[in-house]
Write a protein that binds this ligand. Structure first.
Ligand code: C2E
Ligand code: CA
Ligand code: CA
Length: 689
């Protein structure tokens, strides 16, 4: 059974009220007794007075012998008797020895008094008087005793009452303390329990069952709390679970952030982390340093020839070499693809150049990949701060420009270039060009010119090569050697390349109409070949419109083929199946041309103009040209010699029985109308010859 706070309080208040009334009652009693005592004392005093008067009366009688005194005496005695009986009764001493004595005293005095009334002899009277005196004295003494006794008794009564009162007071105090204790345990302890349980519920650490206090109201409160808690548990997520969830998400976010900033392949910081670093490290506040932009030259060819796993291995190994070679405190990141950045703290330019050279050499050490030893080649561009800029974007762009220059000029730069303002101007020029080219693509400002090719045996025109022409907004002719790589970079070459085809087909049609059945060879870049729809679009343009694909030989450079050799060779076989003739352009400029001839049966090989020009002064080059012509017999391909500028070049072509020649000696590239006019003139001239 549970006791309620109301019951408890009622009980305690009642007890306290009772005790307080007891105390008040005792106080009243004491007052009453005190009054009675003073009354008794008063009475005792009066009796004593009366008794004293007895002596006076006796003496008076002895002197006067008057009956008047006797009557007075008798009355006083009566009074004394009455009062002492009353007092004895009041003090409850009636049956005690004192009462007996007092009775005897009074009886004896009365006896003597009677004797005195009848005595006539002086002597007798004397004796009686002496007796009366003695007995009166006795009575006085006993009456004194009585009043003394009365005082003692009243004092005892009072002290007894006061001890009762003290007892009642202690009991009341005890109960009052008990009340406080009960109140504390009944109110505050359960309050604390409920408070802590509520806190636990809030924190989500509450157990299934809540501790319940024994006080009814608190008990009921905790029961409903528990019910509420169970309901809450069933329907909502606890604070702890919520916090756990939040913590888990935080962790996941953190690791996602970490992952997003780490290069998955090498474990190095990636571009994002590298840039973030500079948000917190103001380069303008740092001392001098250099940013090295490192680009692997042959990753593409490793990927193409040995597969992507080998390429990945190469990247990992290069990243390890960089980590090993870099100094403590240098910042290294893989920016993406085959690009790495190293922020190197150094004050001396010669030191950083030496560092770059060591890096390049370390990277060039042979690496064993899949049982094959390969060497990674790299180009490094260097920008310095604060001289080239104190913002990472600026520095990276300068270092990138320098790297690009190093890659394009490996022989003269050894693959390491320190950025200069001249290089910066060059790159700004390229940037402007890119911008202008984008507009030119939109406005279709490109032209296609045609350069004739001459059959050396018959000296007849055997065909034309379609060549792109573009003038910048200032009307300056820009070389395709400059703008074609830019178009390749922006992939605009695909769109422009299609236009070249259209113009070439148109030109071919015009020639046919005039009765010339000549081939128009077309340059195809690697970017075009990589397009999945390249072959189908050619099919549509050439075959589906009723043209003979053999009239449109495709010129491909060795570098274009090596960008993605396997895929390209596949496409080449497909193109050949469709009837296209394939020409290996710029033969001799790369270093794997002969290898390429073994991998794919080209229809024609075009000897590069630099080779032609060198051959007339250099016997070895001449020998190589001779070797190619001999090889052409065995492998059954035709040879076209480019860059024929002089008669001497033509003689060379004739000596080696090269099939066709192309060059300024005959004509540069021309607009289609000019080319037709030139062709007609040439034919007339040839007929005359
Ligand atoms: P390429 O395919 O080797 O083209 C031959 C280049 O040699 C042409 O330069 C031509 O004008 C030049 N040339 C012709 N005869 C002589 C000569 O006797 N002496 C000298 N020194 N040069 C001569 P161009 O037109 O400046 O083209 C440069 C390169 O641009 C081309 O080299 C080709 O790789 C690329 N190109 C041109 N048109 C196209 C195109 O439509 N598509 C693609 N993808 N590339 C093109
Ligand atoms: Ca060409
Ligand atoms: Ca060429």
């Amino acid at each position: 059974m549970k006791i309620s706070i109301k019951q408890l309080l009622t009980l305690l208040v009642l007890t306290l009220l009772t005790l307080m009334s007891v105390i008040l009652y005792i106080g009243d009693q004491r007052k009453l007794i005190r009054e009675q005592v003073s009354e008794l004392e008063q009475k005792a005093f009066i009796i004593s007075e009366q008794a004293n008067r007895l002596n006076v009366i006796v003496a008076d009688f002895n002197f006067y012998h008057s009956t008047n005194s006797l009557t007075k005496w008798s009355k006083t005695l009566d009074k004394i008797e009455r009062q002492s009986v009353e007092l004895l009764f009041l003090t409850q001493q009636s049956d005690q020895s004192l009462a007996k004595r007092l009775g005897t005293d009074i009886y004896r005095i009365r006896q003597q008094f009677e004797l005195l009334k009848e005595a006539s002899i002086e002597k007798d009277i004397q004796w009686i008087t002496i007796n009366l005196n003695t007995y009166s004295q006795n009575l006085i003494t006993h009456l004194h005793n009585l009043s003394e006794q009365t005082r003692i008794l009243s004092a005892e009564e009072l002290s007894r009452l006061s001890s009762y009162q003290e007892l009642a007071l202690s009991v009341t105090t005890f109960f009052a303390l008990a009340l406080l204790l009960v109140l504390y345990t009944a109110l505050f302890i359960p309050l604390k329990t409920v408070k802590s349980e509520l806190k636990k519920i809030g924190d989500g650490t509450a157990l299934f069952k809540i501790n319940k206090p024994s006080i009814k109201e608190w008990y009921e409160l905790t029961v409903s709390l528990e019910a509420m808690y169970q309901k809450l548990r069933a329907t909502t997520v606890s604070r702890k679970e919520l916090l756990d969830e939040v913590e888990m998400r935080k962790q996941a976010e953190l690791s996602a952030r970490e992952l997003a900033r780490t290069d998955y392949l090498t474990g190095l910081p990636n571009r994002m982390r590298f840039f973030e670093y500079f948000q917190f490290h103001d380069l303008s506040k740092q001392e001098e340093g250099y940013l090295l932009f490192l680009d692997i030259d042959n990753l593409k060819s490793v990927n193409d020839n040995l597969g992507h796993i080998a390429g990945d291995q190469l990247l990992r190994s290069v990243s390890q070499v960089i980590l090993r070679t870099a100094y403590h405190g240098d910042n290294i990141a893989r920016l993406g693809g085959d690009e790495f950045a190293i922020l190197h703290y150094s004050e001396s330019e010669s030191e950083v150049l030496e560092f770059a050279s060591n890096l390049q050499q370390a990277i060039a050490e042979p690496i064993l990949v899949d049982g094959t030893h390969i060497r990674a080649r790299c180009s490094i561009g260097i920008a310095g701060y604060p001289q080239d800029g104190d913002e990472i974007k600026e520095l990276l762009s300068c270092a990138d420009t320098a790297m690009y220059f190093a890659k394009r000029n490996p022989v003269t730069t050894s693959g390491i270039v320190r950025f200069t303002t001249k290089l910066g101007d060059l790159s700004r020029h390229l940037f402007t060009l890119q911008h202008q080219l984008r507009r030119a693509v939109e406005l279709q400002e490109f032209q296609v010119w045609f350069q004739p090719q001459i059959d050396i045996k018959t000296m007849q025109v055997s065909g034309f090569e379609a060549l792109l022409r573009w003038q910048d907004p200032d009307g300056r002719s820009i070389s395709p050697d400059v703008f074609v790589p830019l178009l390749e970079k922006s992939v605009d070459i695909v769109k422009v390349g299609e236009m070249v085809f259209d113009k070439a087909i148109l030109f071919h049609r015009m020639l046919r109409k005039l009765g010339y059945d000549l081939s128009i060879s077309i340059n195809v870049s690697a970017v075009q070949l990589e397009r999945e729809d390249f072959i189908s679009s050619l099919q549509l343009k050439v075959l589906d419109s009723g043209h003979n694909p053999a009239h449109f030989p495709l010129e491909l450079t060795e570098t274009a083929i090596f960008k993605n050799k396997e895929q390209t060779l596949k496409s080449l076989y497909e193109l050949r199946k469709l009837g296209f003739k394939l020409q290996l352009d710029d033969f001799g400029t790369g270093n794997a041309s002969l290898d390429l001839l073994k991998s794919f049966p080209f229809d024609t090989v075009k000897i590069d103009k630099s080779f032609t020009q060198e051959a007339v002064v250099k016997a070895e080059t001449k020998a190589i040209i001779k070797a190619i012509t001999l090889l052409s017999n065995d492998l059954a391909f035709d040879v076209i010699i480019e860059g024929v500028e002089t008669k001497e070049h033509q003689v060379l072509a004739m000596d080696y029985q090269i099939r066709s020649a192309q060059g300024y000696y005959y004509s540069p590239a021309m607009l289609s109308e000019d080319a037709i006019r030139w062709l007609m003139d040439y034919q007339r001239y040839a007929e005359v010859m």
